[in-house]
Design a protein around this ligand. Structure first.
Ligand code: ADP
Length: 491
């Protein structure tokens, strides 16, 4: 099959979170199975150019209709760790992708509506006719709309669309000027509740809703989250739309790329190790402690890696730091906050804990350090309020860091705690789960994990090894996505 992915991220060249990992990991898996994959991305000024090989101009004069004119673009092409990627660079006074950031601009909805349009225009003009277009999150939600309503009539009628939602909270709500900008001119037709009009904001046009309505198949990133979004609060207002389109909606658990996330081959860690050579993990712990000036006492090391925002349960993350210290454990946090209040809160904590030999808070984004932390940690906490899939617990498992997670979203599909869950055997246990969102719930799960490390080290090691033996690679998700592609191709 010939598959084109349109996305706003692809790791490691453009990565703000799990979306980037998924776009890269899924592409690699599909290519290994003999399919042809191309990825279309914006050409941000701040992306990691050092991660692109052979970047060159692939298409010089792409004119993308926009409002009542057109924006001149150049399309570049290069390989990101073996994956063929196209980068769209618009030349206009808007400087859509020259902002020094990926997201967070007031005109984000214009930037990504333009990107979606430019990606389709590139396919059209360059004669590319993939079997499958795989779009991701709100940023590309308008691509299936424009494909079906406009580009289909220009020779692109055989392309089928799979649309994956990584986070329902960010849906891309805009004014109707977007219709005018993209050439979807009949406002009375598109701005209806069964098409693009937001279910709750009568003046808002919803990109993600457009993606759901117009795609041939819609997935979210874990089976449990598919249920939560459809029937619970985590659809953030799109539950009714999912209900209407339930015949083409499902959950596919994300995988992780074991070429990138694997302590046996990881080039970012000083000592590689396997479940049979766990003493290597001790050496990484020592290396991390040296790097962060932590004490070398015999203590468990608890970590948190991830964005610091409401979704991730920041209050519990904060509490986990102090509770770990109270239980004589060490805590390392690597995280970044886009919300100014949370950012200054954690900077305050960082300064307050600066001289504590058992704690380090690293605020910012640091891919390389994240590998060392996974390799060094004994326990990883993921106390999310909601979690569509969650990659950090799966990466933690592979590196022998026992996860302590809240039982929500994809965490339920990946972490199994025998004490609460009669469906899994003791051999299937791989971590600790708590359900409530309050501090005592987190404490009780952390207690059990830290207690096992302290008093039953052999049992702890057994649990670690059990976790490391889980296969959360792209093998199964790759098969699932191919089955979806085949299904929509022949429908
Ligand atoms: P998200 O909701 O952000 O997508 P996921 O758990 O799905 O959360 O994916 C997070 C990914 O981003 C993981 O690969 C994690 O290691 C990485 N990550 C998150 N925050 C940071 C950070 N501050 N520095 C380095 N990597 C990070």
């Amino acid at each position: 099959m010939y598959i084109v992915q349109i996305a706003s991220e692809c790791a490691p060249v453009i990565k703000a979170g799990g979306l980037g990992d998924v776009v890269y990991g899924l592409s690699r898996e599909l290519e290994l199975r003999g399919h042809t994959i191309e990825i279309i991305l914006p050409k941000y000024d701040c992306m990691r150019y050092d991660q692109i090989w052979g970047l060159h101009e692939a298409y010089q004069d792409l004119y993308v209709p926009w409002f009542d004119g057109a924006i001149h673009c150049t399309v570049f092409c290069g390989w990101v760790h073996g994956q063929l990627c196209f980068f769209i660079e618009p030349h206009s006074e808007d400087h859509f992708f020259d902002r020094g950031c990926y997201y967070g601009c007031v005109d984000d909805y214009l930037r990504f509506a333009f990107f979606s349009k430019a990606a389709l225009e590139f396919l059209l003009k360059s004669g590319k006719r993939p079997d499958i277009l795989h779009c991701h999150d709100w940023q590309t939600g308008l691509a299936p709309v424009m494909l079906y309503e406009m580009y289909k009539y220009q020779g692109m009628e055989n392309i089928r669309v799979c649309y994956t939602i990584h986070n329902f909270k960010h849906q891309g709500i805009a004014g109707t000027n977007i219709l005018w900008a993209t050439g979807l001119n009949r406002e009375s037709y598109y701005f209806e509740y069964d098409r693009l009009r937001d279910n709750f904001n009568p003046f808002g046009l919803n990109f993600m809703k457009g993606g759901i309505v117009y795609s041939n198949f819609v997935t979210t990133v874990s089976p449990n989250h598919a249920w939560e979004a459809h029937y619970g609060e985590f659809g953030y207002g799109l539950g009714h739309t999912l209900e209407l389109h339930q015949h083409k909606f499902g959950g596919v658990l994300n995988g992780i790329d074991y070429k990138v996330w694997n302590p046996e081959v990881d080039r970012f860690i000083p000592e590689q190790y396997t479940p049979e050579t766990l003493e290597g993990k001790e050496k990484n712990k020592k290396a991390l402690r040296e790097r962060l000036w932590l004490s070398h006492e015999d203590k468990p090391l608890v970590c948190y890696i991830g964005r610091l925002d409401d979704q991730k349960g920041v209050h519990l993350v904060h509490h986990a730091i102090y509770y770990a210290l109270h239980r004589q454990a060490q805590f390392v946090l690597l995280g970044s906050a886009t919300e100014p209040g949370i950012n200054s809160w954690f900077w305050h904590e960082k300064n307050f804990l600066n001289d504590n030999p058992d704690c380090h808070l690293e605020l910012g984004f640091n891919e390389e350090l994240s590998h060392l932390i996974y390799a060094a940690a004994d326990i990883i906490v993921v106390p999310s309020n909601y979690e569509p899939c969650g990659l950090t617990q799966m990466i933690g498992l592979k590196y022998g860091a026992v996860p302590v997670v809240r039982g929500v979203g994809g965490l339920v599909n990946t972490v199994f705690d025998r004490d609460y869950d009669q469906y899994h055997t003791p051999e299937e246990r791989n971590g600790y789960v708590f359900n409530q969102t309050d501090e005592p719930a987190l404490e009780s799960a952390m207690d059990r994990a830290i207690g096992l490390w302290n008093y039953y080290p052999d049992e702890f090691e057994k649990l670690r090894i059990q976790g490391m033996s889980y296969d959360y690679s792209w093998k199964q998700p790759g098969t699932d996505y191919l089955a979806i592609y085949e299904f929509i191709r022949h429908k």
